[in-house]
Design a protein around this ligand. Structure first.
Ligand code: C2E
Ligand code: MG
Ligand code: MG
Ligand code: MG
Length: 278
């Protein structure tokens, strides 16, 4: 009751804060250990060219492989890490791993296959982010085009700060992909004002491609993106029927279980990045 709350107005608050503090510290400790033991592993999901049906690149998706062998999907830990800021370190860790994969690949003389990396909103707002990421790329001697950066539609919702940040990233050399477009408040201002070179159509749009209205939305979104000079990739493609329609609608690339699930990066390198594949 109100009366009870007023009796110990601060006791409850302190207790909550204390608990949150302990929870945060535990998570931080667990995170440090997981990083040290290399429990965060990079999976790669291939992207295919719609016309040639050849592999066009991949997306890096992190998984947590715990010591007991169990796998935790990013949907379970990334929202938590976004709240407490640890995501900034995880994103940089994944980015570094992917740059390392690309460096080794280049040294074996393989052709360039871009591997995009996801960055959370907190990561792009982190001070010195651009300098740190530029250094990671340059120290490995790989081109920026080897590691495009994906920002979700929500992280890229238009405002002046986002515009300045994304312009700085592009100026530094990065390629930007807008992730999950169509999943939320898809904003025309973001399309119009932000320097993205690829639009990733969210699975929730693709799910309705066989519906007349769903198809028209996709058709016109693809045409709009193209007229703005952007490439279009469809995410979450699961059936041959969807592939056929996307080809008809002039989509450029496809990513989804129809072609392949995300696979451990070592397997991806074996299957797609060996020199003999050229
Ligand atoms: P996302 O970037 O939109 O990645 C696509 C998600 O869709 C992946 O889930 C992928 O496994 C899944 N997917 C791909 N094709 C299909 C399909 O045909 N059908 C279905 N049902 N799903 C498909 P995943 O790997 O669980 O990742 C979930 C989200 O976690 C990602 O969404 C991304 O936002 C985030 N994430 C993953 N790795 C990182 C990371 O290193 N940093 C950050 N900040 N976020 C990450
Ligand atoms: Mg993504
Ligand atoms: Mg996505
Ligand atoms: Mg997503």
């Amino acid at each position: 009751s109100i009366q009870d709350d007023y009796e110990h107005p601060f006791a409850f608050y302190d207790d909550e804060m204390g608990r949150k503090h302990i929870r945060d510290r535990m998570m931080e400790n667990e995170f440090e250990k997981a990083i040290r033991n290399e429990e965060f592993v990079v999976y790669l999901q291939p992207k295919y060219n719609v016309v040639t049906e050849e592999i066009a690149g991949a997306e890096a998706l992190v998984r947590w492989r715990k010591k007991d062998g169990s796998m935790v999907s990013p949907g379970e830990f990334i929202p938590l890490y976004e709240k407490d800021g640890l995501i900034v370190r995880l994103d940089e860790y994944v980015f570094q791993k992917v740059c390392e994969i690309q460096k080794n690949h280049m040294e074996t003389g393989g052709k360039l296959l871009p591997i995009s990396v996801n960055l959370s909103r907190a990561s792009i707002h982190y001070e010195n982010m651009i300098l740190r990421y530029v250094r990671i790329v340059e120290e490995r001697g790989i081109p920026f085009s080897a590691v495009p950066i994906e920002l979700t539609e929500t992280a890229a919702l238009y405002n002046v700060q986002i515009r300045e940040l994304t312009e700085k990233m592009v100026h530094a050399g990065f390629e930007l992909h807008m992730d999950d477009f169509g999943s939320g408040y898809s904003s025309m201002t973001s399309l119009n004002q932000l320097p993205f070179d690829t639009l990733k159509l969210d699975k929730s749009l693709i799910d309705y491609i066989e519906n007349t209205r769903g198809m028209e939305v996709i058709r016109h979104t693809i045409a709009l993106a193209h007229s703005l000079g952007m490439q279009v990739l469809a995410e979450g493609v699961e059936t041959a029927g969807q592939v056929a329609l996307l080809r008809e609608l002039d989509c450029d690339e496809i990513q989804g279980f129809y072609y392949s699930r995300p696979v451990p990066w070592e397997e991806f390198v074996d299957r797609f990045m060996k020199k003999s594949d050229k």
